[in-house]
Design a protein around this ligand. Sequence first.
Ligand SMILES: C[S@@+](CC[C@H](N)C(=O)[O-])C[C@H]1O[C@@H](n2cnc3c(N)ncnc32)[C@H](O)[C@@H]1O
Length: 209
Amino acid sequence: MLNKKKKKKEPYDRIRPILEYLTFADSYTKRVREILKNNNLWITNEDVSYGPHTLLKLAYLKYYFDIALEIAKNYFKNYVFIDTFAGSGLVSIKDTEYVSLGSSLLALIFKSRSGTSFSKIIGVEIDENKFSLLYRRLNLIKEELNLATDIKLIKGDINKKIDDIANEINQRDYGILFVDPEGMEISLGDLSKMLSRSKSIDVILNQSE
Ligand SMILES: C[S@@+](CC[C@H](N)C(=O)[O-])C[C@H]1O[C@@H](n2cnc3c(N)ncnc32)[C@H](O)[C@@H]1O
């Protein structure tokens, strides 16, 4: 008798499609890249360049989105992604040709396996140029892909915008709060102010030395 047992996937087999998605090599994200290029919003010198570990961080984020939204859809109607250090929407990978979706753009276009997507993206960015790129990229992609996601982008220092963010979160929302700083700290007190708005917010904290 033939052994029909499925071959176990190696870790690279699992992460490869996620990396292709992030780096605009699959059919859905290739379309996003074309839209950005056609509107002169592809990678610029204003976008940051980070090492390859950035791809693993974003791959983890996408992996988490899929698990979290698949569970949340059974209990909640609205799903909010809160990006406290939002960046410009794109990240170039140092010493390579690769460009990756940044966290907020990833959250905007993300659809889980059952088609669940975020209802709202709240993003904060302090840098004027990055904020402007983020704003234009997210709104262009929303329009071109006809997405229903509500986009709230706030320009300024996260430490001074905690109340603005908290006011955007409703008690019945399911949220993912992503904290991805670049060396600066955010106080636990400030985090808890946002977390107290809903009982169902997961925190993903990227801490680098
Ligand atoms: C590591 S990057 C974020 C990358 C982004 N999460 C992504 O994946 O695309 C950190 C960002 O935080 C911004 N930033 C630094 N200090 C900030 C502050 N006090 N408030 C808001 N944004 C800040 C920086 O300008 C930078 O764009």
